[in-house]
Design a protein around this ligand. Structure first.
Ligand SMILES: *[C@@H]1O[C@H](CO)[C@@H](O)[C@H](O)[C@H]1NC(C)=O
Ligand SMILES: *[C@@H]1O[C@H](CO)[C@@H](O)[C@H](O)[C@H]1NC(C)=O
Ligand SMILES: *[C@@H]1O[C@H](CO)[C@@H](O)[C@H](O)[C@H]1NC(C)=O
Ligand SMILES: *[C@@H]1O[C@H](CO)[C@@H](O)[C@H](O)[C@H]1NC(C)=O
Ligand SMILES: *[C@@H]1O[C@H](CO)[C@@H](O)[C@H](O)[C@H]1NC(C)=O
Ligand SMILES: *[C@@H]1O[C@H](CO)[C@@H](O)[C@H](O)[C@H]1NC(C)=O
Length: 933
């Protein structure tokens, strides 16, 4: 009771602190401003950038006393080859609106010949080009990002005309799943337009009307610029009633309370989209704000030649939103749009009212550019730390869009640092040992500083050509491997305190080596070399022999083990000796004799003590514990009604089961069909079913969030393998927590393909009687009888919700009128309130972001329409994402998580191969089968 109270208090506090801090979380920088102040109209506090931006100069604009305070000043930057960055701290993986605005105002009061044109970057990603045409206009650039790391840099650079400048910079955190897209690992979203139709004035709507302070432009103001082509008969309507806006993007009430209506059957607009053509995410926001009579309907269709398929859909807001005064927000998650967007809505023939539109929002997908390799960054940061911070210019990414003054970079993706030029920078410290990771480094200039300690290991820097270490305080020996670096041809170490012998290789022809001013450094004497050489060689030989011996022993052991295992299998009628053999076998016909071996009934009776220990009941029949003669523990499944399974079907199923080998699927060891008995023998799973663990009040406590994630990942991989690892694919048909078993190490394996049926190769779905378990059953499959892999995805979505919440899938007690876990969780998550569905036992022991990641994918998985659900493969990736977030710390700071990285790509590619612990699979065969175990 006390615990419960504490937990609910905790959650309450979290919610309270969230809404209270909405405004506090805003970052609003008035560039060039001299003071901090609160804007009297919006109530937003603004801070001057004077403390955070040492570069550039503030400019006071004349005759701007009437407008907002933010636009009375701007900050101008020098016209040079550097970039100038503001660094904003963010919460990694949270989504934000980042907004920069630019109001120039002809500061000299004279007509300048050309106004500024320069580049804007977010981290290493090109955001847009800022071009000033109209000095009195505010140019606004907005980007929606999921923060790739703990901070984002907004950088200005590369002016073509005039000098780069900025007026304001704003950061607005979003609620966690707003603006989530399937592409956010690789793309930011640049907002191209966000229009409030039917607006009451020409003013923008923003905070406090929009709690997230998005800026909604009035169609009245927009029209002056480029919102043209308005059809005749367009009328503006409004309501004072509140609109239910609690869908994903939460557009503000004030925006939804106004709309335009095409009273002559047509609504049409044309507008320009900056930085287009491009792939876009387009949202329309609709709410019925007129009171329709009982026999009235408002139905319309989109007319946009480029959108093809989308034109066919008929919008009926009342039906789509399930009522009037309720938001309906259809979205096109990836459409290709031109610079000029012409669109229209046309009344449907059977509609009594004309089309209506409340708002639109269109954003461009901007591919995220990879930042400089994190290993290089680590080293550069160490040098910065030793420089006392202030003397070395270091702004944003070291290489992109333009490199720091003291480095040169390659143009590879990601960029690598090829030269460090730190001559006479007063750096005091030791040369960081991580420098050995800067594999592309060709020149290192550290001369004339206060470097002390030894020369670190640089043996991996095979591209190194020129090294300047002179005039420092280095001590110790000159490492001899430097002489072996193929490309190195200039080495300067004068005036240090190095000691010992100079390796022979340094004195070779063509190698420029300067070492004067090191009193204890001397040329080597021949004799010593010889002794060392002999000593060195003999140690080398000894080591080689040792390695060979150990290797040989291991090899011997492995072969022997394989033989023993093959021998064990050999007890059966047929066996899998090598992968090749089994593949060939399969390509014939999975028939009478499966690949697993047949075990006689007497052996099974002996192993199970005449079926004395019942351990469970699967959908196929009762399961008994058994122990084979060789000590192997097994689960023996007696099929209940053998008459349902004719001999042929049984044989087919055994053949199917025995083909499936994957570390996240419970392996079939053998089968038996004697005396009308149909028996399957599986490996025994010591920790029972996941259901027991999630719903048992005691066991549940040991199941922390990370172990739940690991179990989910295992099970998802098992299912993905069923769907994609074999051809034709296999649909499980009864995914649920009691069919996910846990082995002795708490790793999960999916069991019971009792209902599995191979999906027929040339059909995308097969029909058969809907089977499955209440609470997990895909409603679409139930209604249509069309079975696809997405039905398993639905069921697995329910499993994920169970893992998050610790609740059962169906329970009148738990969910009341919501009836099942899906409705209950969906409504909480749509409200933006994932914390309320989290298992109270997990309180505190998890990162809310990783919960969100799973909650999001779970909710997508239980979408009503199977086409909207992710593939199992995507679910696996989402879970792995969540695991990364949860483990977090290791990746913090580096760019390992940086979106769009080739790592994410390659993880996709190797997904299939990573399933198999053994060796890479023979992909040429139909089915992936690991080598003999
Ligand atoms: C404005 O506020 C920021 C942080 O709140 C502070 O660091 C800065 O010194 C303030 N600047 C002025 C000019 O008061
Ligand atoms: C809005 O309308 C007022 C007058 O109605 C006008 O003075 C002002 O310039 C307009 N503002 C914009 C942004 O169009
Ligand atoms: C709102 O709509 C009513 C008609 O329904 C109209 O009379 C009124 O002027 C509108 N208000 C505004 C501010 O446009
Ligand atoms: C959108 O679709 C296009 C073409 O189908 C594809 O190339 C692109 O990767 C998709 N995603 C984004 C974010 O552009
Ligand atoms: C260099 O740093 C060390 C401590 O890290 C300090 O003792 C020494 O005085 C510094 N030398 C100079 C010249 O700043
Ligand atoms: C989402 O935002 C609303 C209002 O801005 C706030 O009340 C709510 O607590 C937020 N939810 C989450 C999960 O952050």
């Amino acid at each position: 009771m006390g615990l419960l109270l504490q937990i609910s208090l905790f959650i309450l506090l979290m919610i309270l602190s969230h809404s209270l801090s909405q405004l506090e979380e805003f970052v609003s920088i008035d560039c060039g401003g001299a003071t901090n102040y609160t804007d009297p109209i919006t109530g937003i506090p603004w801070v001057s950038d004077s403390g955070m931006m040492p570069n550039g100069k503030p400019v006071n604009l004349q005759n701007q006393n009437g407008g907002s305070a933010q636009y009375r000043t701007r900050r101008d930057f020098p016209v040079d080859s550097n970039k100038y960055c503001y660094t904003l701290s963010v919460q990694q993986r949270r989504r934000y609106v980042v907004r920069a605005t630019f109001k120039y105002v002809d500061s000299l009061g004279t007509e300048e010949c050309s106004y500024p044109k320069f580049q804007l970057y977010l981290d290493a990603t090109k955001w847009t080009t800022v071009t000033i045409y109209d000095v009195s206009r505010v140019y606004m650039k907005e980007m929606i990002v999921r923060a790739p790391s703990d901070s984002v840099d907004v950088c200005l650079c590369c002016a073509t005309t005039g000098a780069p400048f900025i007026s304001t910079l704003e950061l607005r955190p979003l609620n966690l799943s707003m603006y989530a897209t399937d592409f956010e690992d690789g793309f930011f979203l640049e907002v191209a337009t966000r229009v409030n139709f039917g607006a009451e004035t020409n003013e923008t709507v923003r905070y406090p009307d929009d709690p997230y302070d998005r800026i909604w432009e009035s169609d009245l103001a927009k029209r002056q610029n480029f919102l043209v082509g308005v059809a005749s008969g367009t009328e503006r309507i409004n309501t004072s009633r509140n609109i239910d806006i609690s869908t994903r993007e939460h557009p503000p009430n004030k925006v939804m309370q106004t709309a335009v209506v095409g009273t002559k059957d047509l609504l049409s607009y044309r507008l320009n989209l900056d930085d287009f053509p491009a792939n876009a995410r387009a949202y329309a926001y609709f709410a019925e704000i007129e009171d329709l009579g009982p026999n009235e309907a408002r139905k319309f269709q989109l007319v946009e030649p480029n959108l093809g398929e989308y034109n066919k859909a008929i919008v009926n807001i009342m039906e789509n939103a399930n009522g009037a005064y309720t938001l309906y927000e259809p979205s096109y998650m990836n459409v290709s749009l031109e610079f000029v967007l012409s669109f229209a809505f046309r009344k449907a023939p059977d509609s009594t009212r004309g089309p209506l539109l409340n708002a639109i929002e269109i954003s461009r997908y901007v591919e995220i550019a990879q930042k400089t390799d994190s290993r290089d960054l680590t080293v550069l940061n160490s040098f910065l730390a030793m420089s006392g911070g202030s003397t070395l210019p270091a702004n944003g990414d070291p290489c992109l869009p333009v490199a720091w003054e003291w480095v040169i970079c390659s143009s590879t993706v990601p960029p690598r640092v090829t030269k460090i030029a730190l001559t006479e920078k007063n750096i005091n410290g030791t040369i960081p040992s991580s420098i050995n990771e800067m594999e592309e480094l060709t020149e290192l200039w550290l001369d004339g500083n206060l470097f002390m300690g030894m020369i670190p290991d640089m043996s991996k820097l095979v591209s190194l050509k020129i090294v300047h270490l002179e005039n420092n305080k280095l001590i110790g020996h000159l490492p001899s491997y430097l002489g072996n670096l193929q490309s190195l041809h200039e080495l300067y170490v004068q005036n240090n305190s190095l000691s010992g012998d100079i390796p022979e290789a340094f004195l070779r022809k063509g190698f420029k080596f300067e070492y004067s001013g090191n009193p204890n450094l001397r040329r080597q004497q021949r004799k010593k070399v010889l002794v060392r050489l002999i000593l060195g060689t003999s140690i080398g030989v000894l080591a080689t022999i040792l390695v060979l011996m150990v290797g040989g022993l291991l090899l011997l052991r492995n072969t022997r083990r394989r033989k023993i295992q093959a021998g064990k299998l050999g007890k059966g009628d047929s066996l899998r000796v090598t992968r090749k053999a089994s593949t060939t076998y399969l390509s014939t016909r999975a028939g009478e004799e499966g690949l697993s071996y047949c075990i006689s009934l007497s052996i099974i009776e002996e192993a199970t003590g005449y079926f004395s220990r019942k351990v469970g009941k699967g959908s196929f029949g009762t399961v008994y514990y058994g122990k084979m003669k060789d000590g192997k523990e097994v689960a023996v499944k007696m099929m209940g009604d053998s008459s349902n399974h004719g001999n042929q079907q049984f044989a087919t199923e055994v053949a199917l089961l025995s083909r499936i080998h994957h570390r996240n699927l419970v392996p079939l060891i053998g089968y038996c069909k004697e005396d009308h008995q149909h028996i399957l023998v599986y490996e025994y799973m010591h920790n029972g079913t996941l259901r027991d663990h999630v719903h048992d009040p005691v066991k549940r406590k040991n199941l922390d969030w990370l172990s739940r994630l690991t179990i989910a990942e295992d099970a998802a991989k098992g299912l993905d393998y069923l769907h994609t690892g074999c051809s034709p694919s296999i649909i499980h048909r009864d995914v649920k927590t009691s069919n996910i078993l846990l082995d002795i190490h708490m790793r999960a394996k999916v069991s019971d393909f009792g209902l599995s049926r191979q999906a027929e190769e040339d059909l995308t779905h097969i029909s058969s009687v809907a089977r499955g378990t209440v609470g997990y059953l895909d409603p679409e499959y139930y209604a249509s009888q069309q079975l696809t892999e997405k039905s398993d995805v639905y069921s697995f979505g329910v499993v994920l919700l169970e893992l998050i919440s610790g609740r059962k899938p169906v329970s009148a007690e738990d969910y009341g009128s919501d009836w099942n876990i899906v409705h209950w969780a969906r409504s909480s998550i749509r409200r933006g309130d994932a914390p309320s569905i989290v298992d109270p036992i997990l309180a505190g022991g998890h990162k809310i972001e990783s919960i969100w990641r799973i909650a999001e994918v779970a909710i997508q998985s239980v979408e009503l329409h199977s086409t909207a659900r992710p593939r199992m493969q995507d679910v696996v990736l989402a879970i792995q994402d969540a695991i990364k977030i949860e483990k977090g710390a290791a990746d913090r700071g580096g760019q390992k998580l940086s979106p769009g990285s080739s790592k994410a790509q390659s993880s996709r590619k190797t997904l299939l191969t990573s399933f198999l612990e053994v060796e890479s699979p023979d992909l040429s065969s139909d089915c992936i089968i690991p080598a003999a175990r």
